[in-house]
Design a protein around this ligand. Structure first.
Ligand code: SF4
Length: 304
C-alpha cells in the first residue's frame, strides 16, 4: 500500500464546503468542497503527481539537506494546481522539499498585479514576484499580428532559470500536464520530423538548472475541475492579445477526438512514451541495423 492509499475517504454526510479543517490541512485547502467527488479527484491528482515524482526521481536530498524547488506560477489553472498539489503532498509529509512560488510579471497590458501576491500572502506561501517587461521586447522585435507565444515562453524561461539560480533552487518546477506532453509529441511527429515529447525532467543547456514536470501523468480535465472547485483566482494568459500556435490547438482537438471515440487512448499514449523499442523504429543512431548482418553470420556459424 502506498502512503497515498492511506489518505482517508471523506465522511459520507460531509458538508458541501467545509471551513473546519484548519488543523488538518494546508491553509489553501481549508474551504475546499467536502464532497466524495472532490476528494476522489484530489486523491487521484495527488497519486499521479507523487507517481511522476517517484518515477523520474525528482525529489531527494542534496549535500545532506532537503531540495528547494522554484514553482513557476503563471496564474493559470495548471500552475495553481501544481502549487496546491505540491503543498498538499508536503503537508502530508510525502514531499520533503522546500517550495517557493514564483511569478514573472512580463508586462502584459492589464495584467492584474495584485491577484497573485494577495493569494500567496493569504495562504502563507513563500514567494517571489518579479517584474520584467518582456512584452515590450516581444512587440518591438516581432511584426504586428504575429504569434508571440514562442518568444514569450523563451524569454520567460530564461528569467525563471536566472531566478532559480538566485534563489539557490535545485529545480524549476512547471505545471505541464499529460495533454501538453501528448500535444508536443504530435507537433514534433507531424511537423518537426522527430519523435520527441516534453520530458518530465530535463537539465537546461547550461547544465545548472533541473526542470521538472510533476503533473506529467495528470489529466488536463482533472486539473480544470480541481481549479474550479478550489476557486483559484485565474489570470488568463491571453491578456497580451496573442494566441497560442494554431497547430497546438489542432493537435489538442485531434487527441481529444481520439479519446472520445476510443476512451483510454491518452493513457495508452503516455504509456507508449515510456516504453520505447529502438529496434522497431528507424533511427540508425539508436539501433545498430548494420550490426544485424554480423549477428546473423555468427548465429549461422554457431548452428552449423
Ligand atoms: S498568450 Fe501572451 S502571455 Fe501567454 S504565452 Fe502567449 S505571448 Fe506569452
Amino acid at each position: 500500500m502506498s502512503m497515498l492509499d492511506s489518505i482517508e475517504e471523506p465522511a459520507p454526510a460531509a458538508l458541501a464546503r467545509s471551513e473546519d479543517q484548519s488543523d488538518n490541512c494546508h491553509p489553501m485547502f481549508r474551504a475546499v468542497p467536502s464532497t466524495v467527488g472532490f476528494n476522489k479527484l484530489r486523491k487521484r491528482l495527488l497519486r499521479n503527481t507523487r507517481q511522476a515524482i517517484d518515477d523520474f526521481v525528482m525529489a531527494g536530498t542534496k549535500d545532506g539537506r532537503n531540495q528547494r524547488w522554484l514553482i513557476g506560477l503563471s496564474g493559470g489553472k495548471d500552475s495553481y494546481g501544481l502549487l496546491a498539489l505540491l503543498l498538499d503532498l508536503k503537508w502530508r509529509g510525502l514531499l520533503p522539499v522546500e517550495l517557493i512560488a514564483c511569478n514573472l510579471d512580463q508586462g502584459q497590458p492589464n495584467f492584474p498585479k495584485h491577484i497573485l501576491p494577495e493569494f500567496l500572502d493569504r495562504n502563507g506561501i513563500a514567494h517571489r514576484i518579479e517584474y520584467r517587461d518582456t512584452y515590450s521586447i516581444i512587440t518591438e522585435k516581432l511584426p504586428e499580428n504575429s504569434t508571440y507565444c514562442s518568444l514569450c515562453s523563451r524569454l520567460r524561461r530564461g528569467h525563471l532559470y536566472r531566478i532559480s539560480r538566485e534563489e539557490e533552487c535545485d529545480a524549476l518546477v512547471l505545471g505541464h500536464h499529460r495533454e501538453d506532453i501528448l500535444e508536443t509529441f504530435f507537433m514534433n511527429f507531424f511537423h518537426g520530423g522527430r519523435l520527441a515529447a516534453m520530458p518530465p525532467k530535463l537539465l537546461n543547456d547550461e547544465g545548472d538548472v533541473m526542470v521538472c514536470r510533476p503533473l506529467a501523468y495528470c489529466a488536463e480535465n482533472d486539473l480544470a475541475k480541481f481549479a474550479e472547485a478550489m476557486e483559484f483566482p485565474i489570470i488568463p494568459c491571453d491578456l497580451c492579445g496573442s494566441q497560442d500556435g494554431l497547430q497546438r490547438n489542432v493537435m489538442k482537438a485531434m487527441i481529444g477526438d481520439m479519446e472520445r471515440r476510443m476512451p483510454g487512448r491518452k493513457d495508452s499514449m503516455i504509456r507508449a512514451l515510456a516504453n520505447v523499442r529502438p529496434s522497431h523504429l528507424m533511427d540508425r543512431e539508436l539501433h545498430d541495423f548494420a550490426g544485424l548482418n554480423e549477428q546473423v553470420n555468427i548465429q549461422a556459424k554457431e548452428q552449423s
